[in-house]
Design a protein around this ligand. Sequence first.
Ligand code: PLP
Length: 355
Amino acid sequence: MKHNFGAGPCILPQEVFQEASQAVLDFNNTGLSILEISHRSKEFEQVIAEAERTVRELLHVPQNYSILFLQGGASQQFAMIPMNLLKEGGKAAYLDTGVWASKAAKEASKIGQVEVVASSSDKNYTYIPKNFEIPADADYFHYTSNNTIYGTEIFQKPVTNIPTIVDMSSDIFSREINVSEFDVIYAGAQKNMGPAGVTLVIIKDELLGKTGRTIPTIFDYQAHIKAESMYNTPPTFAIYVSLLNLRWLKAKGGVAVMEQENIIKARTLYDEIERNPFFKGTAAVEDRSRMNITFVMDTPELEAEFLALAKERNLIGIKGHRSVGGFRASVYNALTLTSINALVDAMKEFEESHK
Ligand SMILES: *Cc1c(COP(=O)(O)O)cnc(C)c1O
């Protein structure tokens, strides 16, 4: 058995892979593949309707929010957010907690004025800035709830009364959230929701249509809302596989149950990182992520050797991002405690053999 700690595209439950492969051969006894059915067919309309319903149910999304399944990844949202929400002559506030957060701000600065309210780039994004001020006259405030590369996470929404936009690509569905605190939530599916190719956007309807800007239709949220995510051909297979994963999550008991498991999984690994003299965490303890756990070795020269042992023990995808180094264990919903224990065992084994 392989233990896939890859940061994304991510591990999904085995039963999701099995059902998805069956649907490639014969979707719901139609005699057709899910890959060849029309996105306008009754069968696919049911898929996308159930996907929307299940997102709404799992995250308790209020009725005045629309749910979209778009293409272009979270990176396209970096541009769509300011196009749709940054008013002509207005400004937007961004919190800089990592590469993705900073890319989002950079895209917005091509559309209008951007104020970076705080940054942790001075310490290679190992912590979350505190006590910053969000200008009350900005059109919106944007932040990244989980910094996939650096292993930090913001669990509490920073306090502000202006519309708040959050990139939840790598922690959506990992913990309970109160959707009504936010105005837009977006997430590239491939971190914790499904395969690459689809991006979930949850957006408060009343926010739209106020910029005074003409927006190309493909980038216009209102056009996608009106067409119910079918303005153009949606990524049908990615939506279908996401639905299978959301059904799996619902059958497990939903996000609250998942959150409890994720707390235990993360604690198990952090405990070993703290206990084991060969390893140390890179993120500030109070800001540590539950989804991406970053750590290095006290003796960097030993890292290649530990990676080799990890490979032997079928621990896949634990090499850290090049901007942090060391290791990163992404412990998304579908990764089990069994896999965490396999990694912990390898760390203990390494310690024993180097005493
Ligand atoms: C991976 C990631 C992105 C980029 O996602 P794409 O879908 O590849 O554009 C953006 N934000 C966060 C937090 C990510 O983890």
